[in-house]
Design a protein around this ligand. Structure first.
Ligand SMILES: [Mn+2]
Length: 472
């Protein structure tokens, strides 16, 4: 993996600033592709976020996982910055934290009251090390006054308040044990939904937020915890929540631009929703640019061209449409790529192959699940540099596929091993014998099925499987 274009910024200041901004304004959009992103998800997110920004919107491209080798190669080839890594789209405490300067343990009750009188809702008391000790709000101040003066009379009487006030220059922490409630601390990167129930049982309206090392970060209010602003997601190259970034179910889906089967969640309000039968989402992004009549930046055109070529296996996949080819030729002209065919093979060859990845990484990188009357199917796909690469990996891939089948409680699990350059595949399958015997392909001596020129799981393998396994 090329470190140069591999920027993990989630959780650090740059991305957390973006995160906070993204959830603070109704205008901010996050454009994100599917989990285990491929080049189409990466390029479509960049290209569509760019288009939205050209149109005057605030949009940030994100990715829901690490860059694969092909995407890293393409981004470097065209000097494109990768989308930001978005690990979780659910609202976290960080997204609603407000700044309130921490005060030293020596601060007096009088100084705390002065801060509250001038607008602070609560005053955090923080050690020099950053560890928070207490949060003093108006309710606590009144309690301290009444308690301090209780010896001079009934709490709340004039005598008691005068006596309490005479001690207001003492450090507020001196009487800490008398007034402090148990300290509730929230981690900046914790999901609100994981800890929301804890505030039901306690009184305060404000709470302390700490970082992973336990250092004070800021305050959150009860009202923000109960009704947080939600991240506004534009989904590209997928529409199913199950394939989306973690926490997407807690975000607001504001638009979908995709070329896959439908499996979308309902929305409360109508949203722009575009799913079209083309070979890549990058094609749809190019068409949007063209319809606006805007000139696309050359590096972006290069990235989108690569995505069209990657998803269509350089036009060899049966999912390829004339619209993909037309979009590719316009993108190639813009990116100054003269020989699309040759460049397409370069892009496809930049894919990983099996390489040094473990069997488990290979089978789990890209699998989809299907239900039919014969049972539950899990169908993984991996690209190889050449089919011969498979020979030395049959044992560990079989073992990994068996584990995947057990984990997903599937009747059978299949792994389509595709050589995209030559346009051929071999199929590995394990599971219930009654189903394996129905596979519509010839089984070779190595135990794998020879599926010939099948390269598309979506349009070739799965339809053939489903009709063979459950003929009705
Ligand atoms: Mn795609």
């Amino acid at each position: 993996m090329k470190q140069k274009v591999f920027r993990e910024v989630n959780g650090t200041s740059a991305w957390s600033d973006i995160l906070r901004r993204m959830t603070s304004s109704a205008e901010d959009l996050v454009v994100v592709g599917h989990r285990r992103p491929d080049l189409d998800s990466i390029a479509a997110a960049l290209g569509y976020a760019w288009l939205l920004r050209e149109g005057g919107k605030q949009a940030t491209a994100a990715r829901s996982g690490p860059l694969d080798e092909q995407s890293a190669w393409v981004l470097e080839r065209f000097r494109l910055e990768p989308p930001e890594l978005l690990a979780d789209a659910a609202p976290s405490f960080r997204t609603i934290t407000r700044e309130e300067p921490g005060q030293p343990p020596s601060i007096s009750l009088a100084e705390v009251i002065e801060r509250i009188a001038s607008g602070s809702r609560a005053v955090p008391i923080v050690e020099a090390s950053g560890r928070p000790l207490a949060l003093v709000d108006a309710r606590a101040c009144v309690h301290i006054l009444g308690h301090a003066g209780a010896r001079a009379g009934k709490p709340g009487s004039l005598d008691a308040i005068r006596e309490g006030a005479s001690r207001a220059s003492e450090p507020v922490m001196a009487s800490h044990d008398d007034w402090a409630a148990p300290l509730v601390l929230f981690g900046a990167d914790e999901r609100l939904s994981d800890r929301r129930s804890e505030i039901v049982r306690v009184d305060p309206d404000d709470f302390l937020v700490v970082d992973a090392a336990g250092r004070y970060v800021g305050l959150v209010s009860r009202s923000a915890i109960l009704a947080p602003p939600r991240m506004r997601l534009v989904l590209v190259d997928h529409n199913e929540i199950g394939q989306s970034v973690a926490g997407a179910e807690q975000a607001e889906i504001v638009e979908v631009l995709d070329h896959h089967r439908l499996g979308n969640p309902g929305t409360l309000v109508p949203i722009p929703f575009s799913v079209d039968i083309v070979g890549s989402t990058a094609t749809l992004v190019e068409e949007r640019w063209r319809h606006r009549g805007w000139k696309m930046p050359a590096p972006l055109a290069g990235g989108l061209l690569s995505a069209v070529l990657s998803d269509t296996l350089a036009f060899r996949s049966p999912t390829t449409t004339s619209r993909d080819k037309e979009a590719a030729s316009r993108l190639a002209a813009c990116a100054c790529i003269r020989d699309i065919e040759a460049f397409g093979l370069e892009v496809v060859a930049a894919g990983t192959g099996l390489g040094r990845r473990s069997g488990q990484e290979i089978v789990e990188e890209d699998f989809k699940e299907y239900d039919c009357s014969a049972g539950h199917l899990v169908v993984a796909q991996a690209e190889v540099r050449a089919l011969i690469e498979v020979d030395s990996r049959i044992a560990d891939l079989t073992e990994a596929l068996e584990r995947l089948r057990a984990n997903r409680s599937a009747s059978i699990a299949l792994l389509l091993l595709t050589d995209p350059v030559r346009g051929v595949s071999r199929l590995m399958a394990i599971g219930e014998k009654r189903l394996l015997s129905k596979l519509p392909y010839h089984r070779a001596s190595d135990g794998l099925w020879d599926v010939g020129a099948v390269v598309s799981r979506k349009t070739q393998l799965v339809p053939a499987l489903l009709s063979a396994l459950s003929p009705d």
